[in-house]
Design a binder for this molecule. Structure first.
Ligand code: HEC
Ligand code: HEC
Length: 223
């Protein structure tokens, strides 16, 4: 006969294995993780995950799960430093990070206009975004971040629709070395080559990229 305590132990173990696999990403987003420091994401990133522009909190909805996971791991390791997100990422379990990254990636987000190198570029921001400044080895942003800054795969995050203040903050973080999570220092090189005025202009350009599309879509069809 199998002793009772053995049965109890194995069913307990089964319970823990099952609950570890079944972390609910939506719950982490709306209620936070199991540990007290793992505050609910929606408090700062918005109920729709599109961020809070006025506060400079970034949009997470529709970003790739791989990119989100990497950023949370970079906050944990300190390769990307931020007083709010570092302790928060440390309070999340690996399973919670996986689950919430999948949930966020599946949330709807605005699709920016497919503007690229062949589009008209008026002004400092648009010129940097669409043409770059090759005399300083600065490629156009859309070459890596995709047409309109829509983002490409797990490596290149979207810029379109991110709050201007957030984009400026990240470019400055690369300049001063508090964000150094870019293996080939692609962004470190680019950020250091730009003036503060250029950073403000290109951030403003991408922050407005999705509303430009919204405007285009609202145009009445010709009768
Ligand atoms: C108290 C406010 C707050 C809460 C709660 C919060 N965040 Fe953040 N989050 C921020 C701020 C501020 C930043 C920008 C950090 C920076 O400037 O580097 C950020 C940045 C991020 C980024 C980087 C985005 C990018 O485009 O690189 C990820 C990923 C992220 N948060 C995930 C989460 C997740 C997942 C949760 C919920 C478990 C969460 N955050 C909860 C404030 C918050
Ligand atoms: C050669 C490729 C490349 C080019 C060109 C490029 N980027 Fe990036 N950028 C990256 C990579 C890779 C990352 C993500 C780094 C990481 O893993 O955190 C990134 C991330 C960013 C982020 C952080 C986004 C977020 O969600 O936190 C900003 C802001 C940014 N780039 C702005 C720009 C701007 C502005 C330009 C044009 C002046 C530009 N990039 C051109 C490769 C590039």
């Amino acid at each position: 006969m199998i002793p009772m305590d053995r049965i109890l132990l194995s069913s307990l173990m089964l319970f823990f294995v099952a609950s570890a696999q079944a972390v609910d990403g939506q719950k982490v987003f709306t209620q936070g993780g199991a540990q007290p420091g793992a505050t609910a994401c929606l408090a700062c990133h918005g109920g729709d995950g599109l961020g809070l522009a006025a506060a400079g909190f970034p949009r997470l909805a529709g970003l790739s799960a791989g990119y989100l996971r990497k950023q949370l791991e970079d906050f944990r390791s300190g390769a990307r430093s931020n007083p709010v997100m570092q302790p928060l990422a440390k309070a999340l379990s690996d399973d919670e990070i996986d689950a919430v990254s999948q949930t966020l990636a599946a949330m709807p987000a605005p699709i920016p206009a497919p503007i690229n190198r062949s589009s008209v570029a008026e002004g400092v921001g648009a010129r940097l975004a669409l043409r770059g400044a090759w005399e300083r080895q600065v490629p156009e942003c859309v070459i890596c971040h995709g047409p309109g800054g829509v983002g490409v795969g797990d490596a290149f995050p979207p810029l379109a629709g991110q709050p201007a203040a957030y984009l400026v903050g990240q470019l400055n973080a690369w300049r001063d070395g508090t964000r150094r999570n870019d293996p080939n220092d692609l962004m470190g090189h680019i950020a250091k080559a730009l003036s503060p005025e250029e950073i403000a202009a290109v951030a403003d350009y991408f922050a407005k990229a999705d509303s430009q599309l919204a405007k285009a879509n609202k145009q009445e069809p010709k009768p």
